[in-house]
Design a protein around this ligand. Structure first.
Ligand code: GLU
Length: 303
């Protein structure tokens, strides 16, 4: 890991080979080109004197820090470098943009790794102030948490071994073993009887990647945005099926009752979409794994 820093912009070099070591205990196999990929990282100017009638914000202001739950094993989205402990990716940039508009610099963010199955508990128990990690907005979750956004829409897809031509889409999963993550929407979807798939349910997507590679599972299902990162990491071994079968609008998770904070975050997202920060961040992170940039429609729809 090398770091180059100018006053405001840091460009982190993310050695993708490190992902497998960090998450599965294995490194990329011979023949796989795990080329180091530059991931964009920017520090946004924090707003001054932010006053909102939000208890979560007031508590964070008192601490001088904002705690944001993120993912650590999703290249180009939410990824933690094992050696430097630094986080990078599109969701990390979104978190920094939002924090800045709430008055917090990058240094004042405490990033906390929280897996999919623990998100609602961490938000409602106030172990995190916000959550930014491929978090789909839906009605079931809205019974427990609030959402600002959406800032991006992904779709559930399938990642398979490169040589396996038998899986061509969700309709070809009869009798196959599909790995996914507890507490995730793609797992819920793939459990529907119409697919006829067996499931392997783990805690981390990166562990599912290993299960597909060692043939314990035939496919991994989750959002295409996440799968593209894993496919880019092992181009000789893994293939994205590229037939998205759900819509996954990503929101920033927060306290269910904090309407003021929710509106402020949606406004922050809109500001950074308008001023070009969002597009730059997208192209420097997610865009590198092959997800084309689509400008979000403004104003963002309310959920
Ligand atoms: N977006 C989906 C979800 O929120 C899958 C990705 C994830 O587990 O974070 O469940």
């Amino acid at each position: 890991m090398r770091m180059r820093k100018t006053a405001a912009v840091g460009v982190a070099v993310l050695a993708l080979a490190a992902t497998a070591t960090a998450c599965g205990g294995k490194s990329g196999s011979a023949g796989d080109k795990s080329a180091a990929t530059e991931v964009y990282s920017h520090d946004y100017t924090p707003a001054k004197g932010v006053k909102l009638n939000s208890q979560v914000l007031k508590d964070a202001q008192k601490r001088g820090k904002i705690t944001i739950g993120v993912k650590a094993d999703q290249p180009f989205l939410g990824f933690q470098d094992v050696s430097t402990k630094k986080y990078s990716g599109f969701d990390i940039e979104i978190a920094k943009m939002v924090a800045a508009d709430l008055g917090f610099s990058t240094k004042q963010i405490d990033f906390k790794t929280v897996d999919s199955s623990s998100r609602e508990a961490f938000i409602s128990d106030h172990k995190v102030d916000l959550y930014v990690g491929t978090y789909t907005i839906n009605n079931e979750r809205k019974k427990q948490v609030g959402f600002a956004g959406p800032y991006y829409t992904a779709g559930a897809d399938l990642l398979v071994r490169k040589g396996d031509k038998s899986i061509t889409g969700p309709e070809s999963l009869q009798g196959k073993t599909v790995c996914s993550i507890k507490g995730s929407t793609p797992l819920q979807e793939i459990k529907r009887p119409k697919y006829g798939a067996k499931t392997l349910e783990l805690l981390k997507y990166s562990d599912c990647v290993e299960k597909v590679l060692d043939r314990t599972a035939d496919a991994l299902t989750t959002d295409d945005a996440i799968l593209k990162g894993y496919a880019a990491e092992r181009p000789g071994k893994l293939r994205l099926v590229n037939k998205p079968f759900t819509k996954e609008p990503y929101g920033v998770g927060l306290d269910k009752n904090d309407k003021v904070l929710r509106e402020a975050i949606t406004k922050a997202l809109e500001n950074h979409i308008k001023n070009g920060d969002y597009e730059k961040a997208y192209n420097g992170t997610l865009g590198k794994s092959g997800s084309k940039y689509v400008a979000p429609q403004l104003p963002l729809p309310t959920y």
